[in-house]
Design a binder for this molecule. Sequence first.
Ligand code: URA
Ligand code: SF4
Length: 209
Amino acid sequence: MKHANDIMSKKEKLKKLILRQNSGLILRKLEALNREIRNCKKCPLWKLRKDTVPGEGPINAKIMVIGMAPGRIEDKTGRPFIGPAGKLLDQLFKIAEIKREKIFITSSLKCLPQPPINRKPKKEEIKACLPYLEKQIEIINPQKFILLGEIAFSTFFPKKELRSFRGKWVKKDGKKFFITYHPAAGLRFPKIKKTLEKDFKKIRRIISF
Ligand code: URA
Ligand code: SF4
């Protein structure tokens, strides 16, 4: 029996070692990507940015939340969704019983669109920045996505209407996408805020932590 236990513990140790090596590799890949983003000059937004906002979350996150672009406070701090839209997102996470620290949060664009501050991103900017999001998805490999608003939605579902997908889980390439509005729109329009709350209640039923 002792012998069997020894073999088991050796197997367990090996498994843990491989897991640790894998996460080390993923971490190094993400760090390299973040460095690339920090030095990026692929579109004119680099000129006025204070900081890039690559996104944050655990390297083995099962869920990725994707917004549009950093706002003023995100640009100052380098962290995603910590301004007013982020505060609403935190409330929505509570409704969905999602722990922020368990998911990876990012945006389609990694720099603040300006001037003027917070303007709508341009098509060329979104196109220039997209490879970073694609690389993040490849490295982290989340199985579920929450797409916030038109920009994130059209990245994955070009030429489709957000209206007909909103509030639903949609399968694409073996992954699941939940489509809803951007919290910034919820701050401006009470009706949209209500819809967001309703949508995040639906998410709660699907996601279990
Ligand atoms: N809005 C976004 O889409 N992303 C952020 O990080 C902040 C606000
Ligand atoms: Fe580079 Fe994206 Fe920033 Fe443009 S928005 S400078 S593509 S990181």
